[in-house]
Design a protein. Structure first.
Lengths: 255, 201
């Protein structure tokens, strides 16, 4: 009975989505396309976006940039977190200076500075995205390395003097749930906010497509790109990141 | 200069307010109609949460043109998912025993809401405002840069076009100082008071 009720809820929420689309169609019917296109037009634009060989490249370029930026940001955050653990001086500097400043640095600021410093290139985009995403990852990594079970670490020390072995067999596995959480968060932020980087620093990628579409008042394309971003985010998050998070989660952590 | 900063502040505060009201309305829906819980938790929130901020901005420019309303709309749409997630947690964590006690003491739903439910939500409401404040500063500049006719983002854009890097640095430094100062002077103090009152360790 309980299951039935849950299934009923699922159906009703799909129905609500359909109703919302119907409402959208109803409003869009009488409005010109450049103001609000109907759902069907957005869908055709989305399909065109994915089947046209010119545009599908932009999708992959954006994806690889986001992947590179998130990967490098994760590595930098882990490095900084390890550094913070090793020395109380670095701990205060990283926690009270680097993190605070990075965290309140406006994202457009990085975009503008990146373009001025490195001109327009792939590297610039990745640099901007790294700078935007790093604080989110760093917060999680710092927390991961701080909340380690001290008794386990002591046990590790008594079993082996080899510092590297201890680090890779003990520290990293204990911190992984937090690192994964950080990566998941940065991945979301990268798609949501760091797309700004492509508006300034590139002439390719989904951000650039978005701007082109906006310049041409092509509302179908703007909405199609936005929905594509939502889809890309959910696919990778659901198929790759969430299973990893589940695999490594501590019981107390929500997977 | 002062005028542009005030304009940015107005954009931020109105976006925060609207996002808070919208967010609390959506977060309250599952409590009023249990049927909508799945829709809010598994459809609406993930969708809003992964919708690109730049996307909202460009849609707003197409719809409303270049003005303050566009900026406020775009920032609001970025803030709403944060508000929903936080306030929804607050509604889920409500202590049902205390609510039951309230129900047995008075039949008035309004009294119960104001005297029992609201006070239990304060910490979550505050967390929402705190997060919104941090995020909105990050986003408002982008919004003003593309869709605003004034504000700090607009100044940033002018400085960028004239290659006045020192102005860019000055604006960014001012923002960082402002954000850190308000975090230290306002938010952390209120947080301390709340922590004490709600016995958080």
């Amino acid at each position: 009975m309980w299951n039935n009720q849950i299934r009923g809820n699922n159906y009703s929420s799909e129905m609500l989505i359909l109703a919302a689309c119907g409402f959208w169609w109803f409003i869009a019917r009488d409005l010109p396309d450049f103001v609000l296109p109907t759902p069907f037009e957005v869908l055709t634009s989305l399909i065109a976006l994915l089947t046209d060989s010119n545009t599908v490249g932009h999708v992959f370029i954006s994806m690889s940039r986001v992947a590179a930026a998130v990967f490098i940001a994760a590595c930098v955050s882990v490095l900084l977190a390890v550094l913070a653990r090793s020395n109380i001086f670095f701990d205060t500097v990283i926690e009270n200076n680097i993190l605070v400043v990075l965290n309140s640095f406006p994202s457009v600021g990085w975009a503008i500075l990146g373009v001025i410093w490195f001109s327009i290139s792939d590297g610039t985009v990745v640099f901007i995205e790294i700078m935007i995403v790093t604080p989110f990852c760093l917060i999680n990594c710092l927390q991961g390395f701080r909340q380690m079970d001290l008794e386990l670490l002591e046990m590790g020390k008594s079993l082996s003097r080899n510092k590297f072995r201890n680090f890779f067999k003990l520290h990293i596995p204990l911190a992984v749930p937090f690192i994964i959480a950080g990566v998941r968060m940065s991945y979301g932020i990268a798609w949501k906010i760091a797309i700004v980087a492509e508006l300034f620093g590139a002439s390719s990628g989904l951000g650039w497509l978005l701007q082109q579409a906006q310049n041409q008042s092509n509302a179908q394309r703007v909405l199609a790109v936005c929905i594509l971003i939502v889809i890309l985010f959910s696919i990778i998050d659901g198929l790759v990141l969430r299973p990893i998070a589940k695999r490594y989660s501590i019981n107390t952590m929500e997977a | 200069m002062m005028r542009q900063i005030t304009l940015s502040l107005i954009h931020i505060s109105s976006a925060m307010l609207i996002a808070f009201i919208l967010g609390s309305f959506v977060a309250m829906l599952p409590n009023l109609h249990p049927m909508s819980a799945h829709f809010v938790d598994h459809r609406l929130t993930p969708f809003l949460n992964s919708f690109s901020g730049v996307g909202w901005l460009f849609i707003a420019i197409l719809w409303f043109g270049i003005n303050s309303f566009t900026v406020i709309f775009a920032v609001t749409m970025v803030l709403v998912p944060f508000a929903i997630i936080n306030l929804r947690t607050g509604f889920l964590e409500l202590d049902t025993e205390i609510i039951e006690l309230g129900d047995s003491l008075t039949r008035s739903k309004l009294t119960n809401f104001y005297k029992i439910v609201m006070p239990m939500l304060y910490p979550y409401a505050f967390a929402t405002l705190r997060i919104s404040f941090g995020v909105s500063w990050k986003v408002v500049l982008t919004a003003e840069l593309f869709g605003g006719s004034g504000g700090m983002g607009y100044m940033l854009n002018k400085a960028r076009q004239e290659f006045e890097t020192e102005v860019i640095f000055a604006l960014i430094t001012f923002m960082i100082i402002f954000v850190i100062a308000s975090e230290l002077l306002v938010f952390q103090r209120i947080q301390k008071i709340l922590d004490k009152r709600y016995h958080v360790e």
